[in-house]
Design a protein around this ligand. Structure first.
Ligand code: SF4
Length: 453
């Protein structure tokens, strides 16, 4: 299903669509309140953007510096060119450890690499320990949001799911009760798994250390109890200095959930005694994106999810409609880089209103990049021919004043005399819209008449 088909499926449930929209807007408002509390917010955004710009411009040096420092700290460093290599490295580490079970905490990169499917096929039992991620894992579906993976689920539905999988009381939907049940269920997993995988929010070149941000402490629990800690990071997670963390930690939590800081911002530098620590540095198309001048800035993303929470299309179409690990506006820029044919629909899933760029804490020009992707995809032949011909026709009408005036008049007459010609089920634009009353005259005619009077 492409985005519009999947979105149509989602919006059939009107209650859920309205509730999803409102819930995400509530998070957006929380973000605004948190942001307005600090007068230096714009300066922080500018600083974050510039630090990332510097990091991306010197990525080769910073990555090697990071590797050297991590090695000095006693960490094993691996490089993976793509998702498959990443998955093979994880499997190899697990085999060397003799682990057939692993706990995993919030890593969108492993979603991007389809690690769970790969490991399960190889006989490894992987348990996602973030509560939201565990919910979607039990439901056998991918996360729909990078920060709130099960934001599309209602508590009553989670109650049913837990009743089926965790044996909670039928009909119970009290969040505290359900969270406690999940805690008990996950505790056993934490205590018995010898391997833990975490994501990486920021990797510091200067120290070889990295930071993982969670609100539940699940990354810490997994990493501290396991014999082996594997951390998977995309190459763009690098920042030059430890002092830059002060900028990003303030930007991240406020933008994501409106909190001043995440509950746990855990700094990992070296394995504890008796433990092995691995870092897998993954490219998976990022170097290609870095080489595209128009889209390079998308690698500044710190995965706060603010662009999703504010996006009118995301809020009303749901994360799964983007059929990609990272959904929403930023996902629609990242995905075509990985596979233009498969993801050619995504840059069109936007109104280009620019709200995403306004909230982005690292000032990514998101809506401009979406617009640019549309041009690239059309030039490369990935836009379907109807849309292409339609655009050509529109361009000829808009560039010819006489034709433009005639088309307006003809359109208004047609809508008045034969409304069904546009308002019919074959026209997707009108499927969920009421047709407006056609005006008697064009704006131009109205303006000229007004001037005459
Ligand atoms: S693009 Fe910006 S707003 Fe969207 S997730 Fe990334 S950092 Fe956050």
């Amino acid at each position: 299903m492409n985005h519009s088909e999947a979105a149509e499926k989602f919006t059939k449930d009107v209650d859920r669509t309205t509730w999803h929209d409102k819930t995400l807007w509530f998070v957006r408002e929380k973000r605004d309140k948190a942001v307005f509390q600090i007068p230096e917010w714009e300066a922080l955004r500018e600083a974050g953007s510039r630090i990332k710009h510097n990091a991306l411009s010197n990525l080769d040096e910073y990555l090697l510096e990071f590797e050297q420092n991590a090695l000095k700290n006693g960490v094993k460093v691996h490089w993976a060119a793509d998702g498959h290599e990443h998955n093979e490295i994880v499997l190899q580490i697990l085999k060397e450890t003799g682990a057939t079970q692993m706990v995993k905490s919030k890593s969108m990169l492993t979603e991007e690499c389809h690690l769970n499917e790969f490991l399960i096929e190889k006989g490894v039992d992987v348990v996602d320990t973030d509560l939201g991620e565990r919910v979607v894992q039990l439901a056998n579906e991918p996360p729909s949001h990078i920060v709130m993976p099960c934001i599309h689920w209602k508590k009553e539905e989670i109650g049913e799911l837990f009743h089926e999988h965790l044996g909670t009381e039928k009909g119970a939907s009290d969040p505290k009760y359900l969270a406690e049940a999940a805690r008990q269920h996950l505790r056993e997993k934490f205590m018995t798994r010898r391997a833990a995988l975490t994501g990486v929010n920021f990797a510091v070149a200067e120290t070889g250390g990295f930071v993982v941000c969670t609100n539940e402490g699940n990354a810490d629990m997994g990493a501290h109890l396991a014999d082996v800690h594997i951390a998977s990071m995309g190459i763009e997670k690098i920042i030059p200095k430890a002092r830059h963390l002060g900028v990003f930690l303030r930007l991240l939590a406020r933008s994501a959930t409106g909190q001043p800081i995440t509950t746990y911002s855990s700094h990992f530098h070296r394995p504890r005694q008796g433990q092995t620590m691995h870092i897998i540095i993954v490219d998976n198309g990022r170097t290609t994106q870095l080489g595209r001048p128009d889209f390079r800035n998308s690698l500044k993303c710190i995965r706060c999810g603010a662009c999703m929470n504010t996006c009118p299309v995301y809020r009303r179409s749901g994360g799964h409609s983007y059929h990609n690990a990272v959904a929403g506006p930023i996902g629609s820029i990242l995905a075509p880089n990985l596979d233009m044919r498969k993801n050619a629909d995504l840059p069109f899933a936007s109104t280009l209103c620019g709200s995403c760029s306004n909230v982005c804490p690292v000032k990514i020009d998101i809506h401009d990049q979406l617009y640019k992707w549309r041009q690239v995809l059309a030039a490369e032949g990935y836009v379907d021919s109807t849309k292409k011909q339609g655009m050509k026709l529109m361009a000829s009408v808009l560039s010819n004043p006489k034709l433009f005036r005639f088309s307006g008049k003809a359109g208004r007459t047609l809508m008045r005399l034969a409304p069904f010609s546009v308002s019919n089920p074959l026209n997707p634009w009108y499927k969920q819209r009421e047709m407006p009353e056609p005006p008697k005259e064009s704006f131009r005619e109205w303006y000229v008449n007004r001037e005459k009077k």
